[in-house]
Design a protein around this ligand. Structure first.
Ligand SMILES: [Zn+2]
Length: 203
């Protein structure tokens, strides 16, 4: 690793240590003693520009974060595959009892772009198949990549309902699922209004 990069990480690490580790009553030692009790689970994209903890300025222990290409929730499948996102969902919902879930989409998503442009076809080992999970409505005229990213959020939400322990908790009002969309250029969050069927500003 290049020295300047290592220096940057070292400085960041020192700041982290000062903020969360030093002293007798540090946040990290409390989280270690009491375990994690995150209130909110976020399913976000791996995109380096959309880190949920940075956007929402949350501390360690606050957000249970799942990140994958295009912040997709796959449908419930009981076959023998390796279901990383589903395993994380199960852990957050069934073991940590998280009651608030945010599916966080964003503008300029490379995964959604791959889905709609089909540029990666025949080249990708994993991406094409993964993003095809949300390809339900792929041929809308005049739709931008960002329009599809918003549509994909709704698809992921519907896939949530195929998990029996998620739909059960929704029916009992033990869980709320939010669909949020982050515009990178303006650094602005939008939340989906279930009743009005549109995204409105966060504030
Ligand atoms: Zn993305």
């Amino acid at each position: 690793m290049h020295h300047s990069l290592l220096d940057k990480y070292m400085k960041g690490y020192q700041t982290f240590r000062e903020k969360y580790v030093s002293g007798n009553t540090s946040l990290m030692s409390a989280l270690s003693a009491n375990g994690q009790r995150p209130t909110t689970m976020v399913i976000g994209c791996s995109d380096s520009r959309v880190d949920p903890s940075v956007i929402l300025q949350c501390d360690p222990g606050e957000l249970f974060v799942i990140r994958n290409v295009a912040n997709i929730i796959p449908p419930f499948e009981s076959n023998g595959g390796y279901h990383g996102t589903s395993a994380a969902l199960e852990f957050g919902i069934n073991y940590l009892n998280i009651k608030e879930m945010i599916i966080l989409g964003h503008s300029q998503c490379g995964g959604i772009h791959a889905l709609v442009s089909k540029q990666l076809n025949d080249q990708s080992d994993f991406i094409e198949k993964w993003v095809s999970i949300v390809n339900g409505d792929i041929d809308k005229e005049n739709w931008s990549v960002d329009d599809y990213a918003k549509q994909a959020l709704i698809c992921s939400y519907q896939n949530c309902l195929t998990f029996p322990w998620i739909s059960d908790r929704l029916k009992k009002n033990l869980l709320t699922i939010h669909q949020w969309y982050f515009d990178i250029h303006h650094g602005e969050l939008f939340i989906y209004d279930e009743e009005k069927k549109l995204f409105r500003t966060f504030e």
